[in-house]
Design a binder for this molecule. Sequence first.
Ligand SMILES: [Zn+2]
Length: 342
Amino acid sequence: MASISGSKKGSRTVRTVRKKTAASSKGTKSSKKGYNKGRATKGQIFFVVFLALITVALAIYWCVESESFNIASNNKLQLHFIDVGQGDCTLIITPEGESMLIDSGKDSESEKVISYISKLGIKTLDYMVISHFHDDHYGSCDEVAEEIGVDVVITNGAPADNNTEKELMQTFERQGCEIMTADAGFELTLGELELYVLGPTQISDGGGNNDSLVIKLTYRASSFLFTGDAEILEEEAILDMYTPNSLSCDLIKVGHHGSNTSSSDDFLDAVDPSIALISVGEGNSYGHPHKSVIDSYNERDVEVYRTDRLGDVVILCDGENIMLYQEKSGPIERFLETIGIG
Ligand SMILES: [Zn+2]
C-alpha cells in the first residue's frame, strides 16, 4: 500500500506561490512612490522602464501559462475528482500523458467539465468510461465528446433504454469514437497503469446502479477503486468472485455518493482503503453522504474527503506516495505549476 502525504503539504505549496506574486506587485508600488519625491535621474528612469518591462513580461507569462499545461511533464499519475455537484466525474492522466474520463456529471456541469479538461491542455480524451446510464454520470458526455473529442468510449454494455441514451450513442458514432463494452474480467493497460474491471459480474439491473462498472486501477504499488453507484448487491457479487486481497486498494471512490445502499462492512473490510473520496453535491435532496457510511469509514481510520466541502480534489501518485490537493487551498493552476505540471 502507498504512503500518503496529507493535503496540508499541498496547501502550503500553493500559498507559497501566491505570496511570491503578492510580494512582486508590492515591490513595484513602493518603487514608484520613491520617484514622486523629486526629479528623476536617467538611472531612475531606466529602473522604472526596466520594472515596467518585467511586470509586462510576468503578466504575459502567467496569462499564457494558465491556458494550458504540459500534462505529462511531472511523471506522476493524476486523478482529478472534478466537483460536479451531485454526480461523479474523475479525470485520470497517466504519467505518460494518456487521459481517461470516468463519468462526466450531469448535463448542467458540461461547461465546467469541458473547461477543466481543456485547461489541462488535453486535445482529445483517449478514453471515456460511463459507469452506468444515470444522468449524474453520463449527462455531460455528449458535450465533452463534441467539444474535446474522445477516441474510445467504454460502457457496461447495458442496452440504451431511452432516447437520451440512444442519442448519446449516436453522438459517439458520429464523432467516430470506438465503442467498447466491459464487464468483470475486462483489462486495459495504459503504460504502467493497469485497469481491471471487477464488476458488473452480470447485467442484472437494467443498466441501473448495480450494473455500474467497478474498476480497479493499479499503478506500481498503489491502487484506486472506482465504484460508480454500485450498491450492496453488486458489492456482494464482487466479494463472491474475488479474494479480499485482489480488492484491496489505497483509495476508494465511495459508492453511490456515500449512500447507505453501498459501502457494506464486508466490502469495506476487503477493500481496506486509506482514503475515501465522496463525490457528492452540497445540500443534495438524498441526504448523501449518509452518517452511517461516514461512521463506517471513520471506524476504520480511513481519511474521508468530500467534494461538497472541498471542491475539486486532485490526487498525485508516484506509485508509492500519494499527495492530495484540495481546491479550497488555492487555485489549481498554481498547484499544478508548483508540482511541475506546466
Ligand atoms: Zn450517481
